[in-house]
Ligand binder design. Structure first.
Ligand SMILES: Nc1ncnc2c1ncn2[C@@H]1O[C@H](COP(=O)(O)OP(=O)(O)OP(=O)(O)O)[C@@H](O)[C@H]1O
Length: 238
């Protein structure tokens, strides 16, 4: 897929909150294809980086620049939050909602919503209210809703945080299929095994700074920093 909105260029992006630097300065260019996995310990800035890339965070210094107009940038990317935002609708209407906003006829939107639910392995009563879904089912629903418009760029914050092994495998299959169709994916995970399976590229954050980047293969074969080595090995840092 030739993207209309990539590359995304971050130049010395810094986020400060309540007088404290929580991210940056970070400079990177997101382009090409594949899955980029953002790794790092709790509080390293993974969520903040994803949100800053997507355009959800106020950037205090530096800048994040997409290609194309603002409407393209908004319409061609999606974000799956760690805790999905719930709407007071049925599961199916919730999944189909982005299409309804786009003006797609309700019948078509719902048919595509059913297909998206099937694709992510969400086997629940689609007419039920979203509120009855389990945590893992909510994550699958959020993924179906994000994929329904075939985004060019997809951000996911810990997409398998509440999922069991079977569901995790299903989600990984969906993500690799989306990658193979040309969707550029950027996701965070604490799961080192998942990062090994999925990462074409790694962004490793520590204390708000991007201290290691590169291909997944090179990163796992020989991380260049003690922090990344400890993280991969599951060592406890002092
Ligand atoms: N609005 C805010 N005000 C103050 N501090 C914040 C704010 N948002 C984030 N932080 C702090 O910034 C740091 C980075 O947070 P972030 O959620 O990006 O980390 P993370 O790597 O995603 O962590 P985790 O793995 O625990 O989800 C944390 O120390 C967090 O407490």
């Amino acid at each position: 897929m030739v993207s209309a909105i990539l590359p995304l260029v971050l130049e010395d992006v810094e986020l400060r909150r309540q007088g404290k630097r929580i991210l940056g300065p970070v400079s990177l260019t997101l382009e090409g294809e594949g899955i980029t996995v953002v790794m790092g310990p709790n509080g390293a800035g993974k969520t903040s980086l994803l949100r800053a890339m997507h355009g959800l965070e106020r950037i205090n210094r530096g800048r994040a620049v997409w290609q194309g107009g603002a409407e393209d940038v908004r319409a061609r990317q999606a974000f799956v939050f760690q805790t999905p935002v719930l709407m007071r609708r049925s599961v199916l209407d919730c999944i189909a909602y982005p299409l309804i906003l786009d003006g797609v006829a309700r019948r078509d939107a719902r048919a595509r919503g059913e297909a998206a639910a099937e694709e992510v392995g969400l086997h629940v009563t689609l007419s039920a209210p979203v509120s009855v879904l389990s945590g893992g089912e909510r994550q699958k629903m959020a993924l179906a809703r994000a994929l329904i418009r075939a985004p060019e760029v997809l951000f996911l914050d810990e997409p398998c945080a509440n999922l069991d092994l079977h569901s995790t495998a299903e989600i990984e299959r969906v993500l690799t299929a989306a990658r193979d169709r040309g969707t550029r994916i950027v996701m965070s995970t604490h799961n080192v095994g998942q990062a090994r399976r999925l990462a074409d590229d790694i962004l490793f954050l520590f204390d708000g700074r991007l201290i290691e980047t590169g291909s997944g293969d090179a990163f796992f074969a020989g991380p260049g920093t003690p922090e990344a080595r400890a993280h991969i090995n599951g060592d406890l840092l002092p």
